[in-house]
Ligand binder design. Structure first.
Ligand SMILES: NC(=O)c1ccc[n+]([C@@H]2O[C@H](COP(=O)([O-])OP(=O)(O)OC[C@H]3O[C@@H](n4cnc5c(N)ncnc54)[C@H](OP(=O)(O)O)[C@@H]3O)[C@@H](O)[C@H]2O)c1
Length: 343
């Protein structure tokens, strides 16, 4: 097959504020045919995640920061194009975190997980509802939130990848699901398409009044994706023994490395008065339990009880600009880059 031309986004400097095109360099390399034990993979989908902004910074974080000069880290799904490794054959669908590059030459199959592709399940499902995103919703909500039928659940960034799944699992558990999102269209989508009981546009609504109306019995679980003024408003309505799975704080990510740092909730005393459990979690801690979570989620998906949406941007060359869609609220559902066509 000869040489393969590969393209990659390499981190050139640490972003200040929003990620910009100047923070990255577009690099071309030539990969030779895979030798013994090597596997050549073509990237099909790249996951864009709010945490890309964290990985690009050198703040104290849950994984080593991406080093300057390194290919930007990112969750990926691809197809094996050629293989010198006994366990991988051309056409195999594989997942990994080989990052923002069009091709990957894996040594010894390192970092490649062969996907047991299920009939009738589209490939983008493995990068969303049946991938790390879906599992973040599943384990964060069920393991930390410990929902009981009849309880009220509020989720922020509710029309996004994680939030949209949290609200639907809340309904499956017999809870009242209230979503907070950034547009009227997203709020309509939550109620009409995903079965949320209520939705609040935090950009236009009086948050306090809308939450009082949407949560007449208070809030038992707040699935935290944003931080900021949404948190302050929801905390006022937390019930006794409420649970707060702390999944993300996207409203702060562009300021983490600034001098100001991150504000906590302005009504922290509520945690004491209401004996609230707040627990931060990172989905990688749940990797060993993924088969169980994916199994149950796949069942709900097949029964039509869980729906998912992917928001797809075409072309790896557009990845840097596209990641800011997450911070602008331009995405609905899981944001992916389609780097090349599905086989
Ligand atoms: N702990 C973990 O292991 C883990 C794993 C995955 C994701 N996460 C976290 O989960 C959260 C959601 O991630 P995701 O991948 O599902 O992304 P997403 O929700 O699909 O996209 C991010 C959404 O956040 C909202 N947003 C952006 N800036 C905001 C702000 N200043 N205030 C309020 N909302 C804002 C936007 O929607 P609107 O239009 O509604 O503003 C945007 O669509 C993030 O905080 C992420 O870091 C954590």
């Amino acid at each position: 097959m000869g040489e393969t031309v590969s393209h990659a986004w390499v981190l050139k400097r640490r972003p200040q504020g929003r990620i910009s095109r100047e923070d990255y360099e577009w690099v071309e390399t030539r990969l030779s045919e895979p030798g013994p034990d090597q596997v050549l993979v073509r990237t099909i989908y790249l996951s864009l995640d709010p945490t890309n902004r964290i990985w690009a910074s050198d703040m104290d974080q849950y994984m080593p920061p991406v080093e300057l000069g390194e290919v930007m880290r990112g969750g990926t799904l691809g197809v094996v194009e050629a293989s010198g490794h006994a366990d991988f054959s051309p056409g195999d669908i594989v997942q990994g975190i080989w990052g923002w590059q069009s091709h990957y030459l894996a040594e010894g199959g390192d970092g490649l997980t062969k996907m047991p592709v299920m009939p009738g399940v589209p490939l983008d499902a493995y990068m969303s509802v049946l991938g790390a995103t879906g599992m973040t919703a599943y384990f964060g909500f069920l393991d930390i939130g410990k929902p009981q039928p009849g309880e009220t659940v509020v989720v922020s960034a509710a029309a996004g990848a994680v939030g949209s799944i949290v609200g639907q699992i809340a309904k499956i558990q017999g809870c009242r699901a209230v979503g907070i999102a950034g547009s009227d269209d997203k709020c309509r989508h939550l109620i009409d398409d995903l079965g949320f009981d209520a939705a609040i546009n935090y950009k236009t609504a009086d948050l306090d009044a809308s939450l009082a109306e949407a949560c007449p019995d208070g809030v038992d679980i707040y699935f935290e994706n944003t931080g900021g003024s949404i948190t302050d408003a929801v905390f006022k309505r937390l019930n006794l023994h409420a649970r707060v799975p702390l999944c993300g704080l996207i409203s702060h990510y562009n300021e983490f490395d600034g001098v100001t740092g991150v504000r906590g909730p302005n009504n922290y005393q509520q945690v004491l008065m209401k004996r609230v459990l707040i627990k931060g979690f990172i989905i990688i801690d749940y990797f060993p339990q993924f088969p169980q979570g994916i199994g149950e989620m796949a069942g709900w998906l097949a029964e039509g009880r869980i729906k998912y949406r992917t928001d797809i941007v075409d072309g790896l060359e557009n990845a840097v600009e596209a990641v800011n869609r997450l911070f602008d609220g331009a995405n609905t559902g899981k944001l992916l880059v389609r780097c090349s066509a599905e086989p």
